[in-house]
Design a protein around this ligand. Structure first.
Ligand code: BG6
Length: 485
């Protein structure tokens, strides 16, 4: 049996910086943030110049794997597929450095930073972006396939597409259900085709996809709530998990899209075969919180998410007309300043749901808590230690109950640029002083996590506060009833 991997994760745009160095061209994020004069990732954590120190810290911190993503704009610099040797050389150095330090590299091919030259051509609304993506994959498999054993085609297509095309708080910043469905579909098609290519190129590692997992819970066990839970599960999870793992989209999702006025003529006849024949080796789950659902009552769709932290605490609201409502104000629940509920039991039940429904190897590819922190002082982040402890405990319990979980990645390796939340929302095991040449300082949680990694999880204390509230999809699958709200 392979060893459980203990690691941490980052994404290219969020940590690399060096946005215009050594031939990198702008991504859609560079353009969007610059044009709107928003906090950007031009420097981010300056990983481009600090990668050796960061990988050394991972090694000294007991970690055995590092999940990071490739900046497409750094390696392929125009729509004709021109390769940038300096971009390739950078990732070559990162991978070599990982291997030298006995760190298993886990490469995400796309973590949201589409090159702007492709966005200008229509981005993920354009079928030809699937071909451009495959070209990127071919280059990466060819250059790094002998060194990298773990590949993720995409990070969180659901979060990326819904934020960019439905909520509109991420680039390309539109609110359009038709475009949301189309971009979602092309990304999943690109996932299947990348898997096909990986196998055609006779690569010997494993390839999967990383999903922003929101296990669904309902407010009661009425039939209206159960229907809303199913629709929410399709909206949040199944349109990624089903085609990726089973090779097919849920029938009731397609029916619901049609009845909601979506034109599905972008689906071509031959696609279904490609989906069926090319499914993932594993599923990566990023877990931050569960999703609590009530039936849709009335009014227009409302999609407000809190990217402002404490000044907007409690402002999150999601109503999808004719589908469901999502609650963010449960009595007794604990929320971060960004309205993210802290609920480790959702990870335990969520893993078992995926295990029972799909029976597939699982990596927990992201999990962590974003907070304000003052890096001028040593960071005694006991809240993060408690958060990570309780979530790792949930994973260990799910393993005991039969789930095949093979690795865990703390989000994030070091503090980084948290998209629209900027750099003040910190997730890192290592603090980055953004005002002082991005100098690094491990937090208390970094030393604690080292003990967890070194002891292969024996350091974890059993979490005793994990009473489940609400009715979960897991209990529906199993026909059990949880305590109601
Ligand atoms: C995941 C993403 O959705 O959550 C990361 O894969 C992201 O890129 C992380 O940073 C935390 O979200 P946020 O918005 O707090 O940075």
């Amino acid at each position: 049996m392979t060893k459980f991997l203990w690691g941490s994760a980052t994404a290219s745009y969020q940590c690399e910086g060096a946005w215009n160095e050594d031939g990198r061209v702008p991504s859609l994020w560079d353009v969007y943030l610059h044009e709107n004069q928003l906090e950007d990732g031009d420097v981010a954590s300056d990983f481009y110049h600090h990668y050796k120190e960061d990988i050394r810290l991972m090694k000294e911190g007991g970690q055995t794997s590092y999940r990071f993503s490739i900046s497409w704009s750094r390696v392929i610099t125009d729509k004709f597929g021109t390769i940038n040797p300096k971009g390739i050389a950078f990732y070559q150095r990162v991978i070599e450095e990982c291997l030298k330090n006995d760190i298993e590299p886990f490469v995400t091919i796309f973590h949201w930073d589409l090159p702007d030259y492709l966005e200008k051509e229509g981005g993920w609304l354009n079928r030809s972006t699937v071909d451009a993506y495959l070209n990127l994959c071919r280059v990466l498999f060819d250059k790094f396939g002998d060194k990298v054993r773990l590949w993720a085609t995409f990070n969180e297509p659901r979060y990326y597409v819904f934020s960019g095309y439905f909520i509109g708080n991420y680039p390309p910043a539109v609110h359009d259900a038709q475009k949301t469905a189309q971009a979602s579909y092309y990304m999943m098609l690109a996932n299947a085709k990348a898997i096909q290519l990986y196998r055609k190129m006779k690569q010997t590692g494993e390839i999967g996809i990383v999903h922003s997992y929101g296990p669904i819970y309902g407010v009661d066990d009425s039939s209206e709530t159960k229907q809303a839970m199913r629709d929410a599960d399709n909206y949040y999870n199944n349109w990624v998990l089903d085609p990726a793992i089973l090779g097919i989209f849920p029938k009731d999702l397609l029916e619901k899209l049609i009845s909601s006025g979506i034109d599905l003529s972008f689906i071509q006849e031959n696609d279904s075969q490609i989906f069926k024949e090319n499914t993932v080796d594993f599923i990566g789950l990023n877990y931050y919180a569960r999703v609590i659902i009530a039936p849709y009552k009335e009014g227009e769709t409302v999609l407000s998410v809190n990217n402002s932290g404490k000044s907007a605490k409690g402002s999150s609201k999601i109503v999808v007309k004719d589908w469901f409502e999502q609650l963010f104000d449960l009595p007794d629940a604990e929320y971060t300043d960004w309205d993210v509920e802290i609920f480790p039991q959702g990870l335990y039940e969520g893993i078992l749901m995926v295990h029972e429904k799909y029976n597939i190897p699982i990596y927990i590819t992201e999990n962590g808590v974003g907070v304000y922190e003052d890096v001028d002082h040593p960071i005694e982040d006991n809240y993060r230690i408690e958060f990570l402890n309780d979530h790792i405990d949930a994973i260990l319990r799910s393993k005991k109950d039969g789930a095949d979980v093979r690795g865990y990645y703390v989000w994030s390796t070091m503090d980084l640029y948290s998209w629209k939340n900027g750099t003040e929302k910190r997730y890192g095991l290592v603090a980055v002083d953004f005002n002082n040449q991005c100098s690094r300082k491990p937090k208390k949680s970094y030393y604690w996590y080292k003990k967890v990694c070194d002891s292969n999880g024996k350091e974890i204390q059993q979490n005793r506060k994990y009473k489940s509230k609400g009715i979960s999809t897991l209990s529906l699958i199993r026909g059990e009833k949880d305590e109601l709200l």
